[in-house]
Design a protein around this ligand. Structure first.
Ligand code: DGP
Length: 115
């Protein structure tokens, strides 16, 4: 399958997994938007929330619930933000669902409306 994240998962593209279990893995984002910027990526390939099965939802939730226990080692102990970009308006660029994990600094929460 021609998917960057599947290729990272199976080792075809090298990228250090900072966490991995049966459901998900976490890598550092190649183009960080905060001092700490990781991606939590489900191992099963699907593009969008609309494609998720019940088991995909359960697997992702199991992954998300690991984050508090990893926060210290990932440099996120003061908090973090989770972002899932979906579709063109959100600028989704990799069509394998993933959760951005942003932190390591105080994060602005800007008004994104065009004035
Ligand atoms: P999104 O725009 O929400 O689809 O986010 C995709 C993110 O994936 C983007 O922030 C950059 C990151 N990314 C793309 N290719 C690679 C890669 O080969 N390695 C890593 N570590 N991150 C990547």
């Amino acid at each position: 399958m021609d998917c960057i994240f599947c290729k990272i998962n199976n080792g075809e593209i090298p990228s250090e997994k900072v966490y991995e279990d049966n459901d998900v893995f976490i890598i550092r984002d190649i183009d960080p938007k905060a001092d700490k910027h990781y991606l939590m990526i489900p191992k099963r390939h699907y593009k969008l929330i609309s494609e998720m099965t019940e088991e995909d939802g359960a697997a992702l939730m199991r992954g998300l619930k690991k984050i508090p226990g990893l926060a210290d080692q990932l440099g996120l102990k003061n908090g973090y933000r989770l972002v899932i970009n979906q579709g063109d308006d959100a600028g989704q660029s990799v069509f394998h669902l993933h959760v951005h994990i942003l932190g390591g600094q105080a994060l602005d929460f800007p008004d994104l409306r065009k004035k």
